[in-house]
Design a protein around this ligand. Sequence first.
Ligand code: ASP
Length: 312
Amino acid sequence: MNKFFSVNLNLIKKQLKPTIIVHGGCGEYSDEKVNKKLIGCKIAASLGYKSLQKTGSVLDAVENTIRYLEDNPNFNCGYGSVLNDLGEVEMDASIVDGKDLSYGGVFVIKDVAHPITLARLIMEKSSYCVLTGKGALKFAKNNGVSVLKPGALVSPQAKQLLEKSTQFGATEAGTVGCCAMDIHGNLAAGTSTGGLNKKLRGRCGDTAAAGAGTYADNSVGAVSSTGHGESCVKVCLTCNILNEISKGVPPKQAASMCLKNIQRRFKQTAGVIILTKTGDIAAAVTASRMVWVAIKDGKVFYGTKTGEVLVD
Ligand code: ASP
């Protein structure tokens, strides 16, 4: 019986294909903005997929995908992050390794081009899970991450957005996230954001919090979220979705249940990408748009709104 069971498990494992899925944030975007995000997400997914093929590391894939997006001003992370009420960039990022639940998060970080790299360094080179503010900057310097001049990450688009918005929250930028799986079933997830436009200095949402913005567990799947951070934190969004999947709920249904819960209880919107341990991909959103792109076994899938799944 045991032998039979282990043979079958090996067969299942052999069928796993390298897979990556990326999102570019949810919100009410113009078609022009959606197109720019789609181009960016396709490039990022393809970089991540190549990295996965080259090194076989899901952490490299997630980090490299997100690093590209952190350099692209069409996304709300790294250069291009939305600004706080004082006109400054303050970012959050996290990464989770599904193999052993290792987690690195950086909250309210300034003047670092790639917060996702810093999150990974915290996970791999310290005994902590999370660092914030000045301590995180000191750790960055000690670990060879350059610290930029104040204001270097402020983009003209972010300045404009701050000037035209009257209240906290409105964003046209878009947090980014990525989940990856290798042929052995190892999973990782990462998320990076500049947060919400005109936020109070020091505010952080779900993105850097394991279980809210990012989660991965090889025994179930990986998830990255976007949307109203305070709501995602309150329902432990990514952890709860994986919890539903572990009970046998199909990924799309699990996402939709948890996102509708946020809508019903807080009247807020959010979106997620999911990659399950069997290699299934899913994307769901309650805002009007969320660009996502997945590459599985060399094939490209994408969508820009609820229920849309297109193939290149
Ligand atoms: N979830 C992010 C935050 O609240 C924002 C977003 O995804 O647009 O910080």
